[in-house]
Write a protein that binds this ligand. Structure first.
Ligand code: FMN
Length: 401
């Protein structure tokens, strides 16, 4: 539905990945390699989806990931998505590269909101946005570390994205027909003010960053571990380090004070050819060893995918495209529908698995290929959790009697 409503350049910006899109495809495909080990003949009358992330209770074990430029998909897209996340009892993460003011996004949602930080615009601009986020009431800062430069998104080149945002008539002209054939989207886009700026990146002496300035700005603003030390001084709340794929980076992030690490390859949009997130998850869980919370994103399209990631040690997951398609298709109701599709499949999967609480999910509910990193640890954990289970009376059978 999003493909039908959005111009090609906007749809492909959401749908596409970097390079040959190997990591993008693998992110979703890898879920096929993990198989369930259900406990059948177990009746359960309730199903608990609640989880606690960074001290906040969420009604769902999935949150909305930062998706930049959501305002291109739908008028006031970031506010609309945040509102639906809050209504569903989960958190929304606002990208630095968003079209709505962070104060408006905070006000739009009844749930928790996190702020995702890029250093585009330099430290002064970042400090100002971090202060604004604190005052507005954002409860966590997500620092993305996998964006040394923008990934090579070949679909954007074919769609003429750079030309379309250049603001130069003759450059834009050959690519305008794709906008004209989407009149519903075009009307909303124009009524919403046309091409957005970035109101949360206020350049000293210049005002909000312009759309065309993002790519060079990203390349000049790689986040380093040294930056993390500085960020910790400016932001006293919890920090989530986003873009961790190896034990080494996971340990470093925790040593630098991260309250959570987010296993992510940016949805296959940055370095193509890195491991799919789900495969990197056990290695990171083992390396962190309970010193921080482990979150994961990448490739999640079904509730059963959420369950598999939780079984492999994620405390909660983030979804990007799964809700971005909904926003592009129908705005708020589209996001609400996407969340509901995931929630309903999550409940069904838990019931079929014979588990009535997401908190009880662990390695004993899945098999994963023996050649995966940290697979040996998985075996130990598997035996431990089986032992725990045998010692503990089963809640689901109690509920049935
Ligand atoms: C259109 C789009 C824009 C994104 N923008 C950002 C961003 O501004 N900052 C960021 O940290 N991650 C960004 N991401 C990555 C997501 O936060 C998340 O890591 C990824 O979408 C997860 O994969 P999934 O789409 O398969 O769920 C973006 C993803 C998409 C699809």
């Amino acid at each position: 539905m999003a493909k039908r409503r959005l111009p090609r350049a906007v749809f492909d910006y959401i749908d596409g990945g970097a390079g040959a899109e190997i990591t993008l495809r693998e992110n979703s495909r890898i879920f096929e390699d993990v198989t369930f080990r259900p406990r059948n003949a177990v009746a359960s009358s309730t199903c608990r989806l609640q989880t606690t992330v960074l001290g906040t209770t969420l009604e769902l074990p999935f949150l909305l990931a930062p998706v930049g430029s959501s305002r291109l998909s739908f008028p006031r897209g970031e506010c609309v998505a945040a509102r639906e996340a809050g209504a569903a009892g989960t958190a929304y993460t606002l990208s630095t590269l968003s079209g709505c003011k962070l104060e408006d996004v905070r006000a739009a949602s009844s749930g928790p909101v996190w702020y995702q930080l890029y250093l585009v615009g330099g430290r002064e601009a970042a400090t100002a946005s971090i202060q604004r986020a604190r005052v507005a009431g954002f409860s966590a800062l997500v620092v993305t570390i996998d964006t040394a430069v923008a990934g090579n998104r070949e679909r954007d080149v074919r769609s003429g994205t750079k030309e379309l945002v250049s603001g130069q008539f003759w450059k834009m002209l050959p690519h305008v027909p794709q906008l004209v054939v989407r009149p519903g989207w075009l009307a909303g886009f124009l009524l919403d003010g046309g091409l957005m700026e970035f109101p949360n990146v206020v350049l000293p002496g210049k005002g909000p960053m312009k759309y065309a300035e993002v790519e060079p700005a990203l390349a000049q603003s790689t986040v380093t571990w040294q930056d993390l030390r500085w960020i910790r001084k400016v932001w006293s709340g919890p920090i989530v380090v986003k873009g961790v794929l190896t034990a080494q980076d996971a340990r470093r992030a925790v040593d630098e004070g991260a309250a959570a690490v987010l296993v992510s390859n940016h949805g296959g949009r940055q370095l193509d050819g890195v491991a799919p997130s789900l495969r990197a998850l056990p290695e990171v869980v083992a390396a962190v060893g309970g010193r921080a919370e482990v979150l994961m994103d990448g490739g999640i399209r079904r509730g059963s995918d959420v369950v598999k990631a939780l079984c492999l040690g994620a405390r909660a997951v983030l979804v990007g495209r799964a809700y971005a398609y909904g926003l592009g298709a129908a705005g708020g109701p589209g996001v609400a529908r996407a969340i509901e599709i995931l929630r309903a499949d999550l409940v069904r999967t838990l019931a079929l698995l014979g588990c009535d609480d997401v908190a009880a999910l662990d390695r004993s509910y899945v098999d994963c290929p023996a050649h995966w990193p940290a697979a040996s640890l998985a075996v130990t954990k598997h035996i431990d959790s089986q032992r725990n289970r045998e010692e503990r009376p089963q809640r689901s059978s109690q509920a049935a009697t």
